[in-house]
Design a binder for this molecule. Structure first.
Ligand code: LFR
Length: 471
């Protein structure tokens, strides 16, 4: 059976990977050809990404992929959402690229919330006021450096920017544009009201373009000029959600640095309840609706590790930490995971301690397993509350929680979501983000006729683990 080889370039906030998917009617086989660590860096008072560093890793990964799979047909890029590159007419970067945990937008967000204007913007875009929104980041930058309007020609979110670097074509992909609070809640347009409100020139964007089409051949990496660059959902979470098999009335979770809980639906979630819950009405790569609630995820644990001067370096070491946490007693208290001070603290353990003290907790955890237990329990409880509110809001009786992403391998987290929600949690051994990315490449290449066929073909080989609620 002839196989089609597609390279998924998947950039996350803490690591990046190039994974080749080899697809035939028999199913999909994945080969990770390169993995590299990622981090943003502080310069002065701000946080920045190193774009040159990323691109050099992407190139190395593609060269490796081509070496192993000489018939490599295509590649596609997905990244975290909201961050962007500002380029001039010649495509040159004209402003350093901030990382979304930068705090420079906070005064503007406070102003928006106290004026009540965030509700208007929610009505237009379906996206709540979060300090990392592309809109807020751009508004802060334009207000500070108005001359940028004279030099910036286009704004490309990061996956869009790397597509441009790879093949020379500029497109603003749908899922990424929506995540940044740039699109109308419904329909296929940028939100004129929102861009006007933030004084962002409309000419900085084009489209939005739906995923699943060829952009051009790779022109910037020697020896790869026969490889197509396909526009996939540029937003990693969209790739992940779109790869998840559904068995019934499932609510979907992509668990990693963030915990994203929601679904793929026909309509956005609107109204007072959606606004109160802070549902982010993001869009899928094909323009469909993907309402979800964004919660701080395993970032809490990642950033607590340095306080214990340790870092699990293999799956076995992570497993040992989770087992030690399972042996800890369930704490009778929880971190308030919506606390803004946990967004990017210099010392996460101290920020968690302060969060607990503010709630009147006097006996703080002492060991890393105890913090791990506290974090998994707190996340489990927050997800369960979200599931309940989603259920009420959409009048849907969910019967299963389907979870993918790095966090789906965390037994304790899955079990606590099941315990607090009272629903079974099904975790799949599915590299959701890479698989969604590859599915859209196959669509763009004309190799499959629908994502449904692809999902069905892929899911027959998946193994799953079901966590039944215990308490
Ligand atoms: C996950 C993610 C989330 C988004 C956050 C910031 O990688 O893309 O969906 O809320 O990062 O963009």
């Amino acid at each position: 059976m002839k196989r089609t080889h597609c390279a998924a370039i998947d950039l996350g906030a803490t690591s990046g990977r190039v994974i080749v998917g080899s697809y035939s009617n028999d199913g999909l086989e994945l080969t990770e050809v390169r993995r590299f660590p990622n981090a943003f860096h502080r310069l002065g008072k701000n946080e920045y990404w190193d774009l040159g560093g990323f691109f050099s890793e992407i190139k190395k990964g593609l060269i490796e992929a081509k070496k192993i799979f000489p018939e490599l047909a295509s590649c596609g890029v997905d990244t975290w959402g909201v961050d962007y590159a500002m380029v001039d007419r010649s495509g040159r970067l004209v402003f350093p690229v901030h990382a979304y945990r930068d705090e420079r937008t906070e005064p503007l967000l406070k102003k928006l919330k106290s004026s009540g204007k965030d509700k208007n913007i929610y009505d237009w875009t379906g996206i709540p006021g979060i300090n990392y929104n592309t809109t807020l980041q751009l508004a802060e930058t334009i207000a500070k450096y108005p001359h940028l309007k004279d030099v910036v020609d286009r704004v490309l979110l990061l996956a869009d920017y790397f597509n441009y670097q790879l093949c020379g074509a500029m497109a603003n992909e749908f899922s990424l544009a929506s995540t940044g609070q740039l699109l109308q809640i419904d329909g296929d347009h940028f939100s004129k009201e929102t861009l006007d409100f933030f004084d962002i020139p409309k000419s900085w964007f084009a489209g939005p373009t739906k995923a699943g089409r060829k952009l051009g051949k790779v022109s910037s990496v020697e020896g790869l000029d026969d490889v197509e660059v396909v526009l996939v959902p540029g937003h990693d979470t969209s790739c992940a959600f779109e790869a998840i098999p559904q068995i019934g009335n499932d609510i979907l979770i992509s668990a990693g640095t963030w915990l994203l809980t929601g679904g793929l639906t026909e309509k956005p979630a609107t109204g007072e309840e959606a606004f109160e819950l802070g549902v982010s009405n993001e869009r899928a790569g094909n323009g469909g609706h993907r309402p979800n609630k964004i919660l701080l995820g395993l970032w809490l644990l990642e950033k607590t590790l340095p306080a214990f001067e340790t870092r699990p370096s293999s799956e076995a070491e992570w497993k040992a930490l989770i087992e030690a946490a399972e042996d800890e007693a369930a704490p009778g208290f929880s971190i308030d995971t919506s606390d803004q001070t946990l967004f990017n603290p210099t010392d996460m353990k101290a920020a968690i301690d302060a969060n607990l003290k503010r709630q009147g907790v006097s006996e703080l955890p002492q060991t890393l397993p105890a913090y791990t237990r506290l974090i998994c329990d707190s996340l489990g409880r927050s997800v369960a509350q979200t599931v309940e509110k989603f259920s009420r809001m959409t009048s849907t009786q969910f019967d299963n929680v389907a979870i993918v992403g790095g966090g789906s391998k965390n037994r304790l987290l899955c079990q606590r979501i099941a315990d607090f929600s009272g629903l079974p949690v099904t975790s799949y051994n599915l590299e959701g983000t890479a698989v969604g990315n590859i599915g859209y490449q196959l669509l763009g290449l004309g190799r499959i006729d629908s994502l449904d066929t692809f999902r069905a073909n892929v899911s027959k080989d998946l193994t799953k683990h079901v966590y039944e609620p215990k308490t």
